[in-house]
Design a protein around this ligand. Structure first.
Ligand code: IPM
Ligand code: MN
Length: 357
């Protein structure tokens, strides 16, 4: 098969990690007889520097005309003082919105070889951790009305509104329940229904959807309790579905239990097969350009691309297996390094995974 991939390398470590992911994809192409055609497009800080805006229209057009989009990371201190709508992050939100990617899938799995990098006690993680956070991606506080103003007394005010419509909650809940059916058959719907109206709507709709999935165990859980339960008994979770901001926060927390933020891939999906694939970590400007970054989350994002956008599950399995094997062989980037392991660079890690395929 021939697939067109729009590539947003982005800022900081973005280009380094995406290069390794392309290396792995090319190896898959060779082995399974596919060709992957890459078109580099600008988004984030590099787009601001070249075009003045974080998300040029050309980037949106090319992404929409592709079979899928691969993204490294955007942002950095250089652009931190720009107004909100001109920051690199606005580009990321813009592309998620323009592609109507409402479902962000973030799997967090404790890989046995990395158990040593997990900061929790063995007695907490002895039952493992294998959960998926299904994060709503184009609603809530990220996309609600916002305002900053100074009132007549010189007091400065700022607000962001967390808004949801019933259909937005329903479609993301369905993604979560469908996913649970293919996994552990358990869904936790995470909200703050004891305080927020948007969460009360969320809960009402989640219950309605749950009725269509009698074979899936379903439970509501408050977001603060979820944050606590994640470090108390992470094995209880299978699929967690939640709104945008809660999902952002909980996925960083879950990632740390797997050993490093550098290990978690993500898929952002809409109604069709077109998706955007990116690691959940950021652009790590402090180590950019030093060939030190961990490319595994991006490589694992490519596995998700193969599975969800291209329907190539055998190829996806091959990538995931290669990553497991390289880790089992003791190779580590700095972020997941522990005693007795072999520390490798970003490009060496990419080479190792590609060789295993
Ligand atoms: C993520 C990131 C983004 C988000 C930022 C960079 C806008 O933290 O993908 O989790 O908050 O969605
Ligand atoms: Mn985040």
């Amino acid at each position: 098969m021939n697939k067109k991939i729009a590539v947003i390398k982005g800022d900081g470590i973005g280009p380094e990690i995406v290069n390794e992911a392309e290396k792995v994809l090319n190896k898959i192409g060779e082995k399974y007889g596919h060709t992957f055609e890459y078109t580099d497009v600008l988004m984030g800080g590099c787009a601001i520097d070249t075009t003045g805006v974080p998300l040029p229209q050309e980037t949106i057009d090319i992404c929409l005309a592709s079979d899928s989009v691969l993204l490294g990371a955007v942002g950095g201190p250089k652009w931190d003082t720009l107004p909100g709508n001109l920051r690199p992050e606005a580009g990321l939100l813009g592309i998620r919105g323009a592609m109507k990617l409402f479902a962000n899938i973030r799997p967090a799995k404790l890989i046995p070889a990395l158990a040593g990098a997990c900061p929790l006690k063995d007695e907490i993680t002895k039952n493992g951790l294998d959960l998926v956070i299904v994060r709503e991606l184009i609603g809530g506080a990220y996309f609600g009305e916002r305002d900053t103003h100074v009132d007549e007394n010189g007091v400065k005010h700022a607000s962001d509104s967390m808004a949801y419509a019933d259909y937005e909650v329903e479609r993301i809940c369905r993604v979560a329940f469908d996913m649970a059916r293919k996994r552990g058959k358990k869904v936790h719907s995470v909200d703050k229904a004891n305080v927020l109206d948007s969460s009360r709507l969320w809960r009402e709709v989640a219950h309605k959807v749950a009725k269509d999935y009698p074979d899936v165990e379903f439970q509501d859980i408050l977001v603060d309790n979820t944050a606590m339960q994640l470090v108390h008994n992470p094995a209880q979770f299978d699929v967690m579905v939640t709104e945008n901001l809660f999902g952002d926060i909980l996925s960083d927390e879950a990632s740390m239990i797997t050993g490093s933020l550098g290990m978690i891939p993500s898929a952002s999906l809409g109604e069709g097969s077109l998706g955007l694939y990116e690691p959940i970590h950021g652009s790590a400007p402090d180590i950019a350009g030093q060939n030190k970054a961990n490319p595994l989350a991006t490589i694992l994002s490519v596995a998700m691309m193969l599975r969800y956008s291209f329907d190539m599950s055998e190829e996806a399995d091959a990538v995931e297996k290669a990553v497991d094997e390289v880790l089992a062989d003791g190779y580590r980037t700095g972020d997941i390094m522990s005693e007795g392991m072999k520390c490798v660079t970003c490009s060496e890690m990419g080479d190792l995974v590609a060789q295993k395929i």
